[in-house]
Design a protein around this ligand. Structure first.
Ligand code: ZN
Ligand code: ZN
Length: 281
């Protein structure tokens, strides 16, 4: 069966290096088949997949933009910061990402202990195997719980055993939203707010993020209605932010759109690139 073509730009994608299902090369291959020509690989807290994606992108004519998505801890709901044009060879940035990954690893470790205490036996080793060397996250734990027969489906694990209301849940220790934005800026990247619909109190938080160095906002996103998109575009204009967009493709469950599944204006790339602090990209 022929693959349906999507839009040529996708600035939000995940591989198995964080919580996606496909290897970076497989992800780029699928993007290319969907007609994507510019793709940001934005795995959570890691740039480990970038080199593989770039190599495959060169082969298939897909320009890969190095990126990462930083989750933050705060009372503002889910504030995720996308970092564009960050340097995979920046050792100081990698050290900070490693700290974030280790925190995340410890958090899953604690959740596994809680689940075992509550009678839902899962092994941390199996969770690690599922993650295949990537950062451990709740999706890997959900898969392990599903495999062990504790829940009828992958999604059910999220809704019950490891939801924020569950007794096994451990909240994340990590960056606050403003710290994430400052970190990206400090390392020369362009910070953009991911899926602003998950932020609580966006109108109050946004001016603070902008003061900290935020440069973009993900106006175009699979679950946004045209009205929402228009509202975010107005906010982008008010705060002089680049309107970005992407699929948030993960390749498992129904999280995110398909690769290239979301319209992104062609001038977005040049606008972001102009805001990088280093000139080497
Ligand atoms: Zn996100
Ligand atoms: Zn994402």
């Amino acid at each position: 069966m022929a693959v349906t073509l999507g839009y040529p730009i996708d600035l939000h994608t995940h591989s198995i290096k964080s919580d996606g299902a496909l290897s970076p090369a497989e992800l780029v291959k699928r993007a290319a088949a969907r007609g994507v020509t510019v793709q940001a690989l934005s795995d959570h807290d890691t740039l480990a997949g970038v080199a593989e994606a770039v190599a495959e992108g060169k082969r298939l004519g897909v320009r890969i933009i190095p990126a990462t998505e930083l989750n933050t801890e705060s009372e503002w709901g889910d504030v995720h910061v996308l970092a564009y044009f960050v340097d995979p060879n920046d050792a100081a940035f990698e050290e900070k990402l490693k700290w974030l990954r280790e925190n995340r690893g410890r958090r899953i470790d604690l959740m596994v202990e809680n689940l075992n205490r509550l009678g839902y036996k899962v092994s941390l080793d199996r969770v690690r195997e599922i993650a295949q060397g990537g950062s451990l996250g709740r999706p890997h734990l959900a898969q392990a719980l599903f495999e062990a027969g504790h829940v009828p489906s992958y999604d059910a694990a999220f809704d019950t055993l490891i939801s924020k209301e569950s007794p096994a849940y451990v909240s994340r220790v990590g960056l606050a939203p403003l710290e994430a934005v400052e970190l990206v800026r400090k390392h020369g990247g362009v910070p953009a707010l991911a899926h602003p619909g998950t932020v609580l109190g966006l109108e109050a938080l946004l001016p603070q993020l902008v003061s900290a160095g935020l440069r973009g906002i993900e106006c175009y996103y699979g679950s946004h209605t045209p009205t929402r998109t228009a509202g975010y575009l107005r906010l982008a204009a008010r705060f002089a932010l680049v309107p970005t967009g992407g699929s948030d493709f993960h390749g498992r469950g129904d999280h995110g759109a398909d690769l290239g599944g979301v319209f992104v204006p062609p001038d977005t790339i040049a606008a972001l690139e102009a805001l990088t602090i280093r000139s080497s990209w």
